[in-house]
Design a protein around this ligand. Structure first.
Ligand SMILES: [Zn+2]
Length: 416
């Protein structure tokens, strides 16, 4: 099973926007660009919303069945580990092995020594095509990388083999993710992490490193753009080199867990993809839930009232909602509008405050981040929220499709 060159992890918190999301992929197809949709959802999201992995399969199948022609697609068990994988095995055909919890815990000394011996040939001055500077690999550097990452990749190997035993080797896509960790991995770390991945026999087609800079939920990238550009380019070079060197799948590509909407890095990413003639997997799952709120607010009346209610409750329960996302959120609490203020807003004010248009004066990244993690409030509304989605579908669907296509797929995969 092969993941095509361009793919997008579109998620869908509440599982109602599959057709509207697919419409964005079909628009790209009309432009002659194939982007493979992947419906991804993590165990954390399932438990907060009260859905199960099988629901994602049902949604994806139904959305694709409604298209006029066959569409290749996948269902991604996002950020799973050995303790959470079981209910994902049957319905999923893409597995994102999350090893972040194991990073920094050292493997057995014998294993570390063996890893160093096997990769001794890289010690010294190492040239990688596409990277200008010559990399200086010392034994000490190699050892510190092995100490930090080897156990995590061994754990990924155990998880991979568990899934493989149940599904059969060529029946699913494998991703290794390390993005939910405090320290970024640079190109040299990535090189030896990939060596360890290959050594475990994991046929990874995508890998999600932690990049430098802040990937806050729902808002744009914050960080040193020049540094990101260089790092991204060098990661691309490392992947091309490692795929051949370690005999990993030749379509191995980067997976960007964007936390939604990292618009300012799409251009350097696109430049780099062209330079290396490389593919990319972009995960931008949470963005669709905010389009549901935008669509509800656009509808006015009870739709707008519901969106305001979500805001008021999210504000009241801010600490609880932001807790699990503390590392990926920067909200200026004192700049958040009061529920009384928001209650005065008309549709247009609510929408322009929330919609991710950085050129709009009214756009407020504080409100956007809070609502991005506020989906638990809507989940607790249960049938009332689902009924509102259905009632205001005509208002929501164009926002879901337009957002995915205009702000994500077009700038990244098609070009301005
Ligand atoms: Zn992630």
């Amino acid at each position: 099973m092969i993941l095509p060159k361009y793919s997008i992890g579109i998620g869908d918190r509440f599982g109602r926007q599959g057709t509207a999301q697919l419409a964005a992929v079909l628009k790209a197809r009309q432009q002659g660009v194939a982007v493979t949709p992947v419906w991804n959802k993590s165990n954390r999201e399932h438990s907060i919303i009260g859905t199960s992995p099988a629901d994602v399969r049902t949604e994806a199948d139904a959305a694709v069945a409604s298209a006029d022609f066959p569409v290749k697609y996948f269902v991604d068990a996002d950020h799973i580990n050995l303790s959470t994988v079981e209910p994902f095995i049957e319905p999923s055909d893409f597995f994102t092995l999350d090893v972040a919890d194991w990073i920094g815990r050292a493997a057995a000394p014998k294993g570390i020594d063996a890893f160093i011996e096997e990769h001794r040939r890289f010690i010294g001055a190492l040239t990688i095509p596409g990277i200008d500077e010559i990399l200086d690999i010392t034994e000490q550097r190699l050892r510190s990388i092995a100490v930090r990452y080897l156990l995590a990749i061994q754990e990924a190997g155990r998880l991979y083999r568990h899934i493989e035993a149940a599904k059969g080797r060529d029946n699913f896509i494998t991703e290794v993710s390390m993005d939910e960790t405090a320290e970024p991995q640079g190109p040299v770390e990535l090189l030896f992490i990939l060596a360890a991945v290959a050594r475990e026999g994991i046929p990874a087609q995508t890998i999600a490193p932690r990049f430098s800079g802040r990937f806050n939920k729902g808002v744009d990238y914050v960080g040193d753009m020049a540094r990101f550009k260089r790092e991204f380019d060098e990661d691309m070079a490392v992947l091309a080199f490692a795929a051949v060197e370690f005999d990993l799948p030749r379509n191995l590509k980067l997976s960007i867990h964007s936390g939604s909407d990292k618009f300012s890095i799409y251009r350097p990413m696109r430049t780099s993809m062209k330079k290396f003639d490389a593919g990319l997997h972009l995960k931008t799952a949470g963005t669709t839930w905010l389009e549901e709120l935008i669509g509800l607010a656009c509808a006015g009346g009870d739709g707008l009232a519901l969106a305001k209610e979500v805001y008021a409750q999210a504000l009241a329960r801010m600490d609880e909602l932001t807790g699990p996302y503390a590392n990926v959120i920067d909200i200026h609490r004192d700049r958040l509008p009061s529920p009384e203020t928001v209650n005065q807003w008309d549709s247009e004010t609510f929408v322009s405050t929330l919609r991710h248009d950085p050129s709009c004066d009214q756009y407020d990244p504080n409100v956007r981040q809070l609502l991005h993690v506020g989906y638990k409030i809507a989940a607790e509304m249960g049938p009332r929220y689902y009924e509102a989605l259905q009632k205001h579908e005509h208002s929501i669907a164009p926002n879901v499709t337009g957002n995915l296509y205009d702000r994500h797929i077009r700038p990244l995969f098609i070009g301005p």
